[in-house]
Design a binder for this molecule. Structure first.
Ligand code: NAI
Ligand code: MG
Length: 492
């Protein structure tokens, strides 16, 4: 491993409340670790209920003026933030790589670019915050207004921290809300850089960014009486807690939760590009720590062996190593807890009768890769849709390959999951592809590609994968505004 990529100096980064950079009221801190070295690289405040109180009060005070700013002017600030993010893209991308273990070239840099793009996209949409007139008769004028909700409480995870923060901040702030956002314990640093960039263009208190744990800092935010909307990305288990908290005050809630997404491959799709596409869909270059990972590969039995062979050869060539090294394709798992969890799934797969491990397996215990939470792309053949590996979100680079023969049966298996986030279909037959796309119970189906999300596309889950949509105009209008109807009698 390259010596010049050694960990940087230990730093302490404060959090943002009411336009000021502050420590936690308790004075306590949390450590942030570089998972490629298992070394502490920074400390951040360990925020808790008193910090949440102050942040929400600032956000609430800022709402009365921010909500009255002309939407196009709010949008203009977002456009400026997009430019400012681009001007420090490299610093932000390296910070993401350092704290998450995501490889700079394949993941962290594209994530930083996409986050800037999200600000630009929503900034340009500010003029779309319009209402309509309702034809109730010549004697009345009835029209609607899109009004912001108030203080949004947002909680994000660590897997794509900057992008997920941008997807909450940009549409919410553009629509005239203010926000208190809690970062993930494992990845607060890049989001604090984003907060710094936003703060340079926003009035004090419009955006407040807290660091802290879920139970100590996230829970008081969910339950704070002045919070008017909850927006959460993370596990389905915590998503259910968010919904419970919302029910206490009948708050609107947006949830972006997990997935166990199927790749359905028809017998005519057996070329190299299909194998490349499945690898992309599986998000191996993000260590598959992605809610849209196509982790269940349903391959038609006619091509099962030959396509798996191609897939395994290609996946085994991905370069695993230091996330900051430009040559690296695959970085590390986020932390020790997730690392052990993923190892547990691999052990479970190895204990299944007739399992066939084609690639990867348990991580190396010696050599340079044992210095961090590195894992190799892992593929189990002879898998069944009943395995725990095929039913639970692993959030690690473990794919199961399941053979099929009957079209109705593969659709049944694809839908046999409490998740429904993404799906991938591979065939040259457009009729078959679209028929299958329409049958699959997922919020997003891709045909013949395994790409990531783009601004403009309504993205979100069916079933327990979530509620609401992100990435699109609808996400701003539906998730961050409420409609008021005004009806005026014209005869008086
Ligand atoms: P998590 O859902 O516990 O954490 C996500 C966020 O929720 C973090 O900011 C955390 O501090 C916060 N949180 C945790 N408990 C909370 C509580 N009681 N009240 C308020 N906020 C709380 O996810 P975790 O533990 O990091 O990962 C566990 C599993 O969750 C992963 O293996 C994966 O399966 C899934 N996950 C899914 C994600 C997605 O994008 N769909 C993202 C991250 C995790
Ligand atoms: Mg970390």
């Amino acid at each position: 491993m390259n010596a010049c990529l050694a960990s940087p100096i230990l730093q302490t980064r404060p959090m943002l409340i009411g336009g000021k950079w502050v420590e936690a009221a308790s004075g306590e801190v949390l450590s942030v670790e570089n998972p490629a070295r298992r070394q502490v690289i920074a400390h951040v405040p360990r925020g808790s209920a008193p910090d949440v109180d102050i942040a929400v009060e600032h956000a609430s005070a800022a709402f009365s003026t921010w909500s009255k700013v002309v939407p196009r002017d709010r949008g203009l600030q977002l456009l400026r933030i997009a430019d400012a993010l681009e001007s420090r893209l490299e610093e932000i991308a390296r910070t993401i790589a350092l704290e998450t273990g995501n490889a700079l070239r394949t993941q962290a840099r594209p994530e930083a670019k996409l986050a800037a793009d999200i600000f630009r996209y929503f900034g340009g949409l500010a003029g779309e915050l319009k209402g309509m007139t309702v034809p109730l008769g010549e004697h009345v004028l009835s029209y609607t207004r899109r009004e912001p909700l108030g203080v949004v409480g947002a909680i994000i995870p660590w897997n794509a921290p900057l992008l997920l923060a941008a997807l909450k901040i940009a549409p919410a702030i553009c629509a005239g809300n203010t926000m208190v956002l809690k970062t993930a314990e494992d990845a607060p640093l890049a989001v604090l850089l984003l907060a710094e960039t936003c703060q340079a263009h926003l009035p004090d208190g419009v955006l407040n960014v807290l660091t802290g744990t879920g139970p100590e800092c996230g829970a008081p935010l969910l339950h704070h009486p002045l919070v008017a909307k909850l927006s959460f990305t993370g596990s389905t288990a915590v998503g259910k807690l968010v919904m419970q908290a919302a029910s206490e005050r009948v708050l609107p809630v947006s949830l972006e939760l997990g997935g166990k997404s199927p790749c359905v491959v028809f017998p005519d799709a057996h070329e190299d590009w299909v194998a490349d596409g499945i690898i992309a869909a599986m998000r191996f270059t993000r260590q598959s720590q992605s809610c849209t990972a196509g982790s269940r590969a349903f391959l038609h039995e006619k091509i099962y062996d030959s396509l798996l062979d191609k897939l395994v050869q290609k996946a085994s060539k991905l370069r695993i190593g230091d996330p900051l090294d430009e040559e690296t394709d695959v970085g590390t798992i986020i932390n020790e807890k997730q690392f052990r969890r993923v190892c547990g799934y691999i052990e479970d797969g190895l204990s299944q009768p007739n399992n066939k491990l084609l690639a990867g397996g348990l991580p190396p215990t010696e050599g340079p890769l044992s210095e961090g939470y590195y894992m190799r792309p892992t593929v189990f053949a002879n898998a069944s849709n009943e395995w725990r590996l095929a039913r639970e979100e692993i959030f690690g680079p473990v794919m199961v390959a399941i053979p099929w023969t009957d079209e109705a049966d593969v659709i049944r298996m694809a839908n046999d999951s409490h998740y429904g986030l993404a799906a991938y279909i591979w065939t040259h037959d457009v009729g078959k592809a679209l028929r299958t796309a329409h049958e699959i119970q997922s919020g997003w189906v891709q045909v013949n590609q395994g790409s990531g999300q783009s601004p403009g596309q309504p993205y979100g889950g069916y079933k327990q994968s979530g509620l609401g949509r992100e990435f699109s105009l609808e996400s701003m209008l539906d998730s961050f505004t409420q409609i008021k109807a005004v009806t005026v009698n014209l005869t008086r």
